[in-house]
Design a binder for this molecule. Sequence first.
Ligand code: FAD
Length: 469
Amino acid sequence: MARTSRRSFVMSGGAALAPSMAGAAPAASVRVVENVPVIEEADICVLGGSCTGVFAAVRAAKLGARVVLVEKQGHFGGVAAIVCTWHSFFDTEFKRRIIAGLTAETVGKMMKTGAAQSIENNPSQGTIFSPGGLKVALDELATTAKVRPWLHTLFSTPVVEDGRLTGVIVDGKSGRGAIRAKVFIDATGDGDLCARLGLAQYSYDAPQPPTTAAFLANWPERQGIKLEAALREHGSEFQIPDGFVWGTLIPGSNNYMLAGTRVYGVNCADARDLTKAEMEGRRQVRAIMDLIAKYRAETKVVLHDFPSSIGVRDTRHFRCQYQLTRDDVLLGRRFDDAISNGSYRVDIHHQEKPGITFMYLNGWQVYHRPGIPSERTRWREETSTSPTFYQIPLRSLVPPRYGNLILAGRMLDADKTAFSAVRVMVNMNQTGEAAGVAAYLALTQDKPIAEVRAAEVRKLLADGGSVII
Ligand SMILES: Cc1cc2nc3c(=O)[nH]c(=O)nc-3n(C[C@H](O)[C@H](O)[C@H](O)COP(=O)(O)OP(=O)(O)OC[C@H]3O[C@@H](n4cnc5c(N)ncnc54)[C@H](O)[C@@H]3O)c2cc1C
């Protein structure tokens, strides 16, 4: 790919159809040569507009950077706009506040409009909110910070000139365009930018399966139709695989977000598998509705809607300066460059067997399967004290190549057990904020992100309302 002028790039050949997009070993390829107009020039370009990406963009923009934010859907929010549940802002004992920043600001905005509800001292739910309320709050946040948004815009290809990442090619309603920037933040969940740059990546041997959520109307009450028991008894009649069922009422309504499906054996970073997963997930929801109609006919539950995407838990991870480990999380290790605090338990949704395993910082471990008594064991001996929260270091977001690139969100560098705890949104949101601040410092200090002092990142995060410990 070569540059012709400030206003356009010439894109040619295989770069337009990288192997990761085409799947393994394409049988044939086409050669494409085209002029791509430059549609934006910015200081920082953020790819992916979940809360992670929005918070990255807002942090950098509030500090004074010109920031472009690219999201493939027609709204911001990512998986938060699907599962609408955030965990506690406190440590495991609910004594010490460990999370604030833009997560708290967004909850505050939603509270004002009745779109969110706080749940005190609950390790499973801290805030529940309406997906629509979140989308509006994120629009307001981005607009107020003067972030330049591009919705319905899919990142496809990086532009590398003289070994330096200088732009990205995106496809949107107006066609193909290029965005030039000085610093880039990959917040696409799957790490699409990092993958197409060829950064060292890995995935776990049994990644957590995706789930199609459903919005159901006329839900009688929480657990009001004993769905777990019905699924266990009759699930096979409807070809519903064993898994784990949970959900939440959406504040101010009797609508229910049900996360009750499991699509096993798919890689959601692969286009064909993702398509298959979307359709199989919807089939499973239809099957659950048929089961309810037959065996819970007294309820009047109806399928109201699907979110705009299947919920993807886990795909690629990228080697960074530090891999967060199981012991770091479960033993509550402190880091000098900590940028995120969390207290949510290890929560592994199994691929190789039904159900989920929780591992708690106090040494207990519980294996849950729907409709079957849980198995409670210890993963370590009892001690007089236990850690009450864990941390994520900045280094787990900084890849070794491309000094003007940082990642944020679930593709971070962590082993499987560590990831199973840190992956939740209150934690990932903080990685977004840190990436935004680190990108801003790299930009203004004209140095690679790896050389930005973590102490300065932490100071700016604290100045902006984050809890920094
Ligand atoms: C079913 C399910 C239930 C969960 N339940 C909870 C829960 O209750 N509480 C909790 O805290 N966590 C929960 N999680 C985990 C949590 O939602 C995720 O780990 C978290 O959302 C990851 O954040 P992220 O920003 O990295 O990725 P995502 O939320 O996946 O966001 C990625 C964003 O990038 C966009 N994007 C992707 N590729 C491109 C591209 N090429 N170009 C442009 N945009 C792109 C996507 O549209 C999306 O907006 C759940 C996950 C799932 C799947």
